[in-house]
Design a protein around this ligand. Structure first.
Ligand SMILES: [Zn+2]
Length: 452
C-alpha cells in the first residue's frame, strides 16, 4: 500500500471514530460550544485564505454576508482557497459528465456538479483530505452497528454497497476499499439495465434516490429482482410516505434518509428513524419562513471544509422541524421532513386580502394522496394563477380529474385561499437521470405581496 493511500485510510478511520464516538452531543450547549470553537478557528485561519474574504476582519459569523449558488458561481475563484477559476473547473466537470468517467481530478481536487437544472448548476471543489474525512463521517453516520462489525472484521466478506446516482464522483469512489465492495449504477442507463448486475452483486446496503428505490421495490414485488439489502438509504429526492411503504413491503426494511448535497453532508437518520441535521460538522442557521417557526431555509457554514468555502450559504431547500426532540437524545436538530425546494412552494391569493400565501409541498402532497391508489403519478406546474396537473391513474381518467379538482378546492378552502384555474393532462415521466419534482412554480403570480 502506498503511503498516500495509507494516510488517506487513516484519515478516514480517524474521522469515522471521531464522528461515531466523540462528536455525540446530548446537550445543545455542548454542541454549540464545539461549533463556536471550530468557527473561531475557521474565521481566523481558513476564511481569509479565499480572495473574497481576504480583507475580512470578521470574528463572528453574523458579520459575514449571506451567499447562495448565484453568488458563488458569479465569483467562483473568490470562494475557493486555491483560486481556481470557473472556466478551468467547468471544462473538467462537463467532460466527466459527457464521458461518464468521473475519475479525473484537478491536481487531486475533485470537481462536483450539483444537480440543478442546466444553467443553474453549481460547481463544488473537494480536496483529497476532505474527501477522505467525508468518507469516514458518512460511514459513521449512515451505517448501523451490526454492519460496522462486518466492516471491521477482516475475516468476513466485504460490505457490499450499491449506489444509484445520476453522476458518480471520486468522492463516492473514496468509499471503495478492501472492506467495501462499492458498485456505482449509472441512472442515465435506466433502471432495467441495472437489474441483472444488481442481482449479481447482492448488496447489503442500497443507496438511491426515492423514485429509484420505489422502482426497485416494484421490480422486487413483481418477482423481477431478488435482492435482500439489510440497510436502505434514500438520497437526493423527497422520500414520500408511499415510497417508504412500498420499499418496506418489498425488502422488509424501512428506508432511512441521507441528506447529502454537493454543498455538504447535511443530515442523517438516527437509529430511532429520525432525520437529524449534521450539526457536529456544519453550522446551520434556520431562516424561518413562517411566524410559527415550523419551516425554514437552512443557511449553512461548513467549518470542516478548507478548499471550497461554504460560508453562510443559503440552500434552496425547505425543511420542516420536528414537533418534539428525538428520543435518541442527540442534540442535533430533528427534522420532520425535507419538503422540497423553495420553488416547489405553490402560491395562491388569500381570500381575505390582496396578497399571496404559500402552500407548502407537504400539504399539497398529503391532500392529493387522499386519492389513494387511483392516483399513480402526478405533477403540478404553476404559471401565474393557473395550475396544470399531469395525471396518471389506475381507473377512469375523467373521474380521477374530478376527484383531484375536489381535493384541491377543499385544500384551498381549508387554508382560506382562492382556488387556482385548473387544467389537466397526461403525466409525463421525467428522463431516468432527472430528479423527481412533482411541484414546480414556473411563474409566480405577479403584483401581489407574498406571505409565508
Ligand atoms: Zn434521533
Amino acid at each position: 500500500m502506498s503511503s498516500d493511500r495509507l494516510c488517506g485510510l487513516l484519515r478516514s478511520a480517524l474521522s469515522f471514530i471521531q464522528a461515531r464516538y466523540r462528536l455525540r452531543f446530548t446537550s445543545r450547549e455542548q454542541l454549540e460550544g464545539w461549533q463556536a470553537r471550530r468557527l473561531r478557528y475557521f474565521l481566523r485561519h481558513v476564511v481569509p485564505r479565499a480572495e473574497r474574504f481576504r480583507q475580512s476582519q470578521a470574528t463572528r459569523l453574523a458579520d459575514l454576508p449571506i451567499m447562495d449558488k448565484t453568488t458563488l458561481m458569479a465569483d467562483f475563484a473568490g470562494f475557493n482557497t486555491l483560486g481556481l477559476s470557473l472556466d478551468n473547473v467547468l471544462a473538467l466537470a462537463r467532460q466527466a459528465e459527457a464521458s461518464r468517467d468521473f475519475s479525473t481530478t484537478l491536481n487531486g481536487v475533485t470537481v462536483g456538479l450539483s444537480s440543478g437544472t442546466s444553467g443553474n448548476q453549481g460547481v463544488f471543489l473537494v480536496s483529497p483530505a476532505e474527501r477522505q474525512r467525508w468518507a469516514g463521517i458518512l460511514l459513521a453516520r449512515a451505517l448501523p452497528s451490526r454492519l460496522l462489525g462486518r466492516l471491521l472484521c477482516p475475516w468476513r466478506a466485504p460490505l457490499r454497497i450499491a449506489f444509484f446516482l445520476r453522476a458518480n464522483s471520486r468522492l463516492y469512489e473514496t468509499l471503495a476499499s478492501r472492506r467495501i465492495d462499492f458498485a456505482y449504477y449509472d441512472l442515465t442507463l435506466g433502471l432495467q439495465a441495472s437489474l441483472a448486475r444488481l442481482a449479481a452483486q447482492r448488496p447489503d446496503v442500497l443507496v438511491a434516490p426515492a423514485t429509484v428505490l420505489r422502482g426497485l421495490a416494484e421490480a422486487a414485488l413483481a418477482g423481477r429482482l431478488a435482492i435482500a439489502p439489510s440497510h436502505i438509504l434514500s438520497v437526493a429526492e423527497v422520500l414520500e410516505a408511499d415510497d417508504a411503504r412500498r420499499v418496506h413491503q418489498a425488502f422488509g426494511v424501512a428506508p432511512r434518509q441521507l441528506y447529502q448535497a454537493s454543498e455538504g453532508f447535511l443530515g442523517y437518520t438516527c437509529e430511532r428513524g429520525t432525520l437529524h441535521l449534521n450539526e457536529a460538522h456544519l453550522h446551520i442557521e434556520p431562516d424561518w419562513l413562517d411566524p410559527e417557526r415550523t419551516r425554514f431555509q437552512p443557511i449553512i457554514t461548513d467549518f470542516s471544509r478548507h478548499t471550497q468555502l461554504i460560508v453562510r450559504y443559503r440552500l434552496n431547500d425547505v425543511l420542516r422541524i420536528a414537533a418534539s426532540p428525538c428520543a435518541c437524545g442527540r442534540a442535533e436538530r430533528a427534522i420532520a421532513a425535507v419538503e422540497g425546494r423553495m420553488d416547489d412552494i405553490l402560491w395562491l391569493v388569500d381570500r381575505d386580502g390582496p396578497r399571496l400565501r404559500a402552500l407548502y409541498p407537504d400539504v399539497v402532497r398529503r391532500a392529493l394522496l387522499l386519492q389513494g391508489d387511483a392516483l399513480q403519478e402526478y405533477s403540478i406546474e404553476q404559471r401565474g394563477l393557473r395550475w396544470h396537473v399531469g395525471v396518471q391513474g389506475a381507473g377512469d381518467h375523467m373521474a380521477l380529474c374530478q376527484g383531484l379538482t375536489a381535493a384541491i378546492y377543499q385544500l384551498c378552502d381549508q387554508h382560506g385561499l382562492c382556488p387556482p384555474e385548473l387544467s389537466f393532462g397526461q403525466w409525463q415521466a421525467p428522463p431516468p437521470q432527472a430528479k423527481r419534482r412533482r411541484l414546480k412554480v414556473l411563474e409566480r403570480p405577479q403584483g401581489l405581496p407574498c406571505t409565508y
